[in-house]
Design a protein around this ligand. Structure first.
Ligand code: GLU
Length: 425
């Protein structure tokens, strides 16, 4: 399949600056002291490695591998690894900081990190991706560790890559070290429920927000941008609770059906169609993929990329509620427009934290050498997602700020108080 390049984003803000502008607002509300502010605005560690890989045609191609540790005051840094052509150091820095805030919002004992390799996995063979993944793991062997820095899947990576990472690290240590990475296949110490976990957390966040906004989930109209792991499971689980998924999209475009799209059919079609919705007959293809964002729906779930809701298009959004399945889908400059329109946003660092929460459960199970039932995983993650939502909601009321700023306030407050107790500068 030919890889379709993502369209250039016109007002692409530097994602790290976008993260910092929210951090700055929340820090002011908290009266954060300057020293801690300065510590948190800079990542703890940035590692860049060069990875020469033999391609299937015998040529050698050099890839750049990045890992950024933003902070580890609350525990080992945690965060996914992204394989994408648009990976940049600034993006990974922002994503690493978001992981620090995300783990603090849901109160799991981790700091934040993120990794990325600038590559086009859709144009690479499985063998090439395996060699690249193993080279990356070897280059990062002193960074990754179950007590130091724990990778997981992100855009362009999944169970397969996590298995190779775990295997390569285990080989270099001479001992199977399953707790060094999460999002593994079940047989290698993965957790039941991890695959659906981010989407499930988005579902819990959506239902919690609907309750506050008095939107009846039954028959509520929802559009979902992005039909990868996060978007598809969020949509499926919301459909199971009676909501109508009227639009979905992926890199091939957006698909609309006012009567609701069957998620089982769409997911089955995607899985049999090389991962895309192209040609899906359960809905009509829209003129432009972007139009999905502006539909007259109750809920919009952006679950694809950063910076899709921008200062140029935010005023066209009609949804009452936005639940951010992706990391950073709303640029900082769009925040004010959205707030003025009275749209409620459940921000990324809360809404999509179900994934890292179940990653935490996976790591705990690996350390215990024990397996939890799916029911136990789901019940515990639902409880964490719901109570985190409530804490952020109450904080928003207390400070009279958006839920986004409230989530940053909750997170920064926790990290800052860890500094206060630990000290040691
Ligand atoms: N990549 C996911 C995220 O952005 C999961 C991270 C993890 O499980 O460590 O939240």
């Amino acid at each position: 399949m030919a890889y379709i390049e993502p369209a250039p984003i016109k007002d692409k803000e530097n994602p790290f600056e976008s993260m910092m502008s929210r951090f700055h607002i929340a820090a002011k509300h908290l009266g954060l002291n300057e020293e801690v502010y300065n510590v948190l605005k800079t990542p703890d560690k940035q590692v860049i490695v060069s990875l020469p890989i033999t391609m299937d045609d015998g040529s050698i191609q050099v890839f750049e591998g990045i890992r950024v540790i933003h902070n580890n005051i609350l525990g080992p840094s945690k965060g996914g690894i992204r394989y994408d052509l648009n990976v940049t150091l600034d993006e990974v820095k922002a994503l690493a900081a978001w992981m620090t805030w995300k783990c603090a919002v849901v109160d799991i004992p981790y700091g934040g990190g993120k990794g990325g390799i600038r590559c086009n996995p859709r144009a690479m063979s499985s063998g090439e991706i395996e060699r690249l993944t193993r080279a990356y793991a070897t280059a990062m062997k002193d960074v990754f560790g179950p007590d130091t820095d724990i990778p997981a899947p992100d855009m362009g990576t999944g169970q397969r890559e996590m298995a190779w990472l775990m295997d390569q690290i285990s080989r270099s240590r001479g001992v199977t070290t399953s707790g060094v990475v999460t999002g593994k296949p079940l047989v290698l110490g993965g957790s039941l429920g991890r695959l659906e976990a981010t989407g499930r957390g988005v579902m819990v966040s959506t239902l919690s927000a609907m309750q506050k906004l008095k939107i009846n989930p039954y028959n509520a109209k929802i559009s979902v941008q992005g039909f990868g792991n996060v978007g598809s499971y969020a949509a499926l689980l919301l459909e199971e609770r009676g909501s109508k998924i009227v639009a979905i999209s992926d890199i091939t475009g957006a698909y609309y059906n006012e009567k609701g799209i069957s998620m089982k059919e769409a997911m089955a079609y995607r899985d049999e169609n090389k991962g895309t919705l192209e040609g899906f007959e359960g809905a009509e293809k829209m003129d432009s993929g972007d139009n999905l964002l502006f539909l007259d729906v109750d809920v919009l779930i952006p679950a694809a990329l950063e910076d899709v809701i921008t200062m140029y298009n935010a005023d066209k959004i009609k949804a009452k509620l936005i639940v951010e399945g992706a990391n950073g889908p709303t640029s900082a400059k769009a925040d004010d427009i959205i707030n003025e329109k009275g749209i409620t946003v459940v921000p990324d660092i809360l809404a999509n934290a179900g994934g890292v929460t179940v990653s935490y459960f996976e790591w705990v199970q690996n350390r215990l050498g024990y397996k939890w039932t799916r029911d136990r995983v789901n019940r515990r993650s639902d409880r964490i997602m719901k109570s985190s939502f409530d804490v952020v909601y109450e904080t928003a009321l207390k400070y009279n700020v958006s839920m986004r700023i409230a989530a940053y306030i909750v997170a920064i407050d926790k990290v800052a108080s860890a500094y206060k107790y630990r000290g040691g500068f």
